[in-house]
Design a protein. Sequence first.
Length: 83
Amino acid sequence: MYLSVNNVKALDDYELELTFENNEVKIFDVKPYLDTGLFAKLKDENYFKMVKISYDTIEWPNGIDMDPEVLYEKGKTKNVIMV
């Protein structure tokens, strides 16, 4: 079973902040994918920042999407500072 992505925010250095349906927030590094196939288009930072939610995952305007299971498993849990 995988968790749906409920929110995405493009960060600097080709990273994405993802909020999943269980409210867990993870940072996913897209850099390792930028030299493969269609993902090369994402090297354009302005285009990279056009990421949006599509159904249960993320997508860019040209239809490039990523498996939510990969995003969750390979994403790093965001450190939350408690005050």
